[in-house]
Design a protein around this ligand. Structure first.
Ligand SMILES: [Zn+2]
Length: 137
């Protein structure tokens, strides 16, 4: 056997008090106690760390994953149907035609001011026709 023997890897053992890891509780991969989750695992449950400090870490070979406490996690910010509807209504109200039709047409109403005054093209045309009729008596 010509192969040189590898350097012995340092053996990591579970360190629940963090005594050997600067006070950070350290566990071997998949030996973390329940209630300690990675950011990704929290996310899968619809949670986020929510500003809490890192609660522990797990080691897997040379890789380290940070763990957070599930009981301190906060729900991820998600748009509920109500909030989504409010956003839509707000967006639509900005797109409401100022003319007689009063339609809401997202992306359809030209910007405020001349020549359209916040009206849709139909109302602008009608207004122009009226103006012309009035001008001609
Ligand atoms: Zn209109």
């Amino acid at each position: 056997m010509g192969r040189r023997k590898r350097e012995p890897q340092p053996v990591f053992t579970t360190d629940p008090t963090g005594e050997h890891h600067g006070g950070l509780p350290t566990f071997i991969w998949k030996t973390a106690p329940p209630g300690y989750l990675t950011r990704r695992q929290l996310s899968a449950k619809g949670l986020r760390p929510g500003g809490q400090p890192v609660a522990a870490q797990v080691r897997r070979g040379g890789r380290i994953a940070l763990l957070y406490r599930e009981d301190l996690a906060k729900p991820k910010f998600t748009l509920t149907d109500d909030k989504l509807a409010a956003v839509w209504i707000a967006a639509l109200s900005r797109q409401r035609c100022a003319g007689p039709c009063g339609r809401t047409a997202l992306g359809y109403i030209p910007k405020q001011g001349a020549p359209c005054w916040g009206m849709c093209w139909d109302c602008t045309d009608q207004a122009r026709e009226r103006e012309q009729r009035n001008a001609h008596g």
